[in-house]
Ligand binder design. Structure first.
Ligand SMILES: C[S@@+](CC[C@H](N)C(=O)[O-])C[C@H]1O[C@@H](n2cnc3c(N)ncnc32)[C@H](O)[C@@H]1O
Length: 279
């Protein structure tokens, strides 16, 4: 790596992130993602609490992952039929264990999802941050609902935390930027009020949109790296040549750790947008 060209330290967290290009869906590592299972499940349950159960619901879970939580939702709602869709073969490989009794899983890309008035609930937990252009995406999600259907979506909004800014900054360093072919990750998640306006424009008379900060007590600041490796960093891991990945991770650690307090436990605040809407 050309250490002479490093633009460190990472840029000011308050500066707006530059526009970036559309990204294909990542593949995922279920084991790495599952390392913080309890912490990552909390927003799922908060989102599910927003849904109003109705008899005989037809549900789609976009970016269902392993399907473990899709199963929980299917049972909690006593849904007639639930379809889990995910683009990751590794995640979907785990889903067979949770299928049955009206719950099934299919490979698919959220960016290509459309279903004319077919669903009583379109649900997506921690997945559509991987899909760009949320305005047309939400129009398609809205069109997939029955007239009384509900939309429930949760997305991370922690892109201004050093854990994320550092990843963007390291990926922009010449060695990695060249290896990534100039790829810079899109951050498509809008501000909460923009989603409220969008939902209103799409004809949802009832809506609940909030930004929630989840406070995670991690063993140490080192654990932040493991957290981000299970989500955001997968985007770089799959795009970089295998031999460069350890170097990326070392550089990420080198830049990130001095920005985080060396406390045990380490408190990691993580912002998320939760939204629910119905007509
Ligand atoms: C953070 S995981 C969340 C999984 C699950 N919803 C949960 O709450 O545990 C994100 C999932 O979204 C999937 N994903 C990302 N982009 C996608 C896309 N464009 N189409 C379908 N699935 C996608 C990933 O494969 C991954 O399984």
């Amino acid at each position: 790596m050309d250490r002479g060209h490093r633009p460190s330290p990472p840029r000011n967290p308050r500066a707006p992130h530059p526009p970036m290009t559309r990204s294909p869906p990542p593949d995922w590592n279920p084991e790495q993602y599952g390392r913080f299972h309890a912490e990552r499940a909390r927003p799922f349950f908060d989102l599910l609490d927003l849904v109003q159960p109705r008899p005989d619901m037809r549900v789609v879970d976009l970016g269902c992952g392993t399907g473990e939580l899709t199963r929980v939702m299917h049972e909690r709602l006593a849904a007639r039929e639930t379809l889990g869709i995910d683009a990751s073969p590794a995640m979907l490989a785990k889903s067979a264990a949770f299928a049955g009794d009206g719950l099934r899983f299919e490979p698919g890309d959220i960016a290509a999802f459309s279903a004319d008035g077919a669903y009583d609930l379109v649900f997506s937990n921690a997945a559509i941050q991987w899909v760009s252009d949320h305005e047309p995406l939400f129009a398609r999600l809205a069109a997939a609902l029955t007239p009384t259907g509900q939309l429930a979506v949760q997305m991370p909004a922690n892109n201004d935390h050093p854990s994320h800014l550092t990843a963007f900054a390291v990926a922009a360093e010449p060695t990695f930027r060249d290896a990534l072919g100039g790829y810079a990750r899109q951050w498509p998640v809008l501000a909460p009020d923009a989603y409220a306006t969008l939902l209103h424009r799409l004809g949802f008379a009832r809506q609940h949109v909030r930004l929630q900060v989840y406070g995670h007590e991690l063993a140490s600041r080192e654990a932040v790296i493991e957290w981000v490796r299970g989500s955001l960093l997968t985007d770089y891991e799959k795009r970089l040549p295998a031999e460069l990945w350890p170097e990326f991770l070392d550089r990420y650690r080198e830049c990130l750790l001095p920005q985080l307090d060396d406390t045990r436990p380490f408190f990691y605040p993580f912002k998320r947008v939760l939204l629910w809407a119905a007509r």
